[in-house]
Design a protein around this ligand. Structure first.
Ligand code: JHZ
Length: 416
């Protein structure tokens, strides 16, 4: 086992209160998205402790460990947002809604931190607006630039934001989708937004919501990239410390349950944000007891899924996975299946095919190969958050007698 460079927190990542309470220690787990290249067997197959904890002062879930970001999001980062058609449709619709909500004047700049392959900037660019992405991952940055999206190849930090501000750059719209939860120094990140947002600007961030994680049993979204498990109760003071105001929050179904946050410089709280904060208060969001149903559900899902797969295997079924998602690493670690139980994992992404899952070395094959001669009898759906879309795409597979096992929010089996 090789351990990556990592550090450990002793105080809350947001409010600084001492000693967040340990909720669950997953032990040494492989690093999600660090896919194995069979042509480079010497590359370390890292494992690092993964410990979920909770700040009882501000109500923020978080990891105790911080694996060095360059290990998690560097040269080989395989996640390209545009691969999932549903995600692409989501970001395009979101961009159009924003253009309606905040009509942009000529010269206004739309900036995005962790812009990945430019999936959400593309519609602004196509509408003739100035856009600028910022992202640290080599492959997605090259992809974004190839489609004409101007992108800085860097991690977004307050220091970078101040450099950009000194160049005269200011964002009328500042986007940050699925990145706040990945940031080790979240105070620095929000300070960066404050340094760049125009006085009348709007920052729009999509983040996973802690209550959806718990209620949806989405324990597999806990992995080293996700340092924060966000509650609105913790977010309001976090933005306030940066001189920003969380004005509104919109619940979204995407990624198993997220929030779209609207942050600006003017005071005010929308009625729906007030209602969501009241929901968190009613659930006692600062209490570690909040997680009890999640831990129960996690145990049940792991037990049921493992038993179902081993039973099918014993009956001679050919088994495979579908969707080499980051979250699959946590689920597979928990399932601890005998080697060879899943012959492969099918995935649409050109950036994942031919590689193998960290920790288990399960090979990733093109989704199109699913319809070849050696069709598996059953598929474990690891990208369960896109279940409707993936089931629809694979209707011919089901029609030929295939089965799809969906582990989250609780194990169920889909057949034709
Ligand atoms: P998907 C990602 O996590 C990355 P992941 C990141 N860690 C993050 O924070 C969260 O999102 C929010 C494939 N697929 O999007 C594509 C098909 O093959 O659920 C992906 O490899 N066929 C930054 O990786 C995977 O499944 C399809 O039809 O857990 C889905 O990964 C579809 C729809 C997807 O997120």
């Amino acid at each position: 086992m090789t351990r990556p460079p990592l550090s450990v927190i002793t105080a809350c990542r947001a409010c600084g209160a001492p000693d967040p309470v340990t909720i669950h220690a997953f032990g040494d787990t492989p690093l999600a998205d660090r896919l194995r290249d069979p042509a480079r067997p010497e590359t370390p197959d890292y494992r690092a402790p993964l410990t979920l904890c909770h700040c009882t002062a501000c109500g923020l879930g978080q990891l105790r460990e911080t694996v060095a970001p360059r290990i998690l999001f560097g040269a080989d980062y395989p996640y390209h947002s545009s691969v999932s058609p549903a995600l692409q449709a989501h970001f395009h619709a979101s961009a159009r809604a924003l253009m309606d909500r905040l009509p942009l004047a000529p010269g206004d700049l739309v900036m995005e931190a962790a812009s990945n392959d430019g999936v959400m900037l593309a519609p602004f660019h196509a509408a003739g607006h100035r856009v600028l992405g910022i992202d640290p991952a080599d492959g997605p940055v090259a992809h974004a630039r190839a489609r004409g999206i101007d992108t800085r190849h860097a991690f977004f930090t307050a220091a970078l934001a101040r450099e950009m501000a000194a160049e005269g750059l200011r964002a009328r719209i500042f986007l940050a989708n699925n990145v706040l939860a990945h940031v080790a120094d979240v105070t620095d990140f929000t300070a960066g937004i404050a340094a760049l947002l125009t006085p009348d600007g709007l920052a729009v961030l999509e983040v996973p919501w802690l209550l959806d994680l718990i209620d949806g049993g989405a324990f597999d979204t806990i992995y080293h990239q996700h340092l924060l498990y966000l509650s609105l109760t913790a977010l309001v003071p976090l933005f306030a410390r940066a001189g920003l105001v969380l004005n509104d929050a919109e619940p979204l179904a995407i990624h198993g349950g997220s929030l779209r946050l609207f942050v600006g410089r003017q005071p005010g709280q929308s009625p729906r944000l007030t209602a969501l904060l009241a929901r968190e208060a009613a659930r006692d969001i600062r209490s570690p007891d909040l997680y009890a149903p999640l831990l129960d559900r996690m145990g049940q899902i792991a037990q049921d899924t493992r038993a179902a797969l081993l039973r099918l295997k014993a009956q001679g079924a050919r088994l495979a996975g579908y969707g080499a998602a980051a979250k699959a690493t946590t689920l597979l670690h928990l399932l601890d299946l005998p080697p060879g139980t899943l012959r492969c994992i099918y995935d649409k992404s050109d950036w994942k095919q031919g590689l193998a899952m960290p920790g288990t070395d399960i090979p990733i094959r093109p989704a199109s190969a699913l319809h070849a001669d050696d069709t598996p009898d059953a598929l474990l759906l690891l990208a369960w958050n896109f279940a409707p879309e993936i089931i629809a795409q694979n209707a011919p597979y089901l029609a030929r007698g295939g089965r799809i096992l969906i582990p989250v929010p609780r194990l169920r089996e889909i057949t034709a």
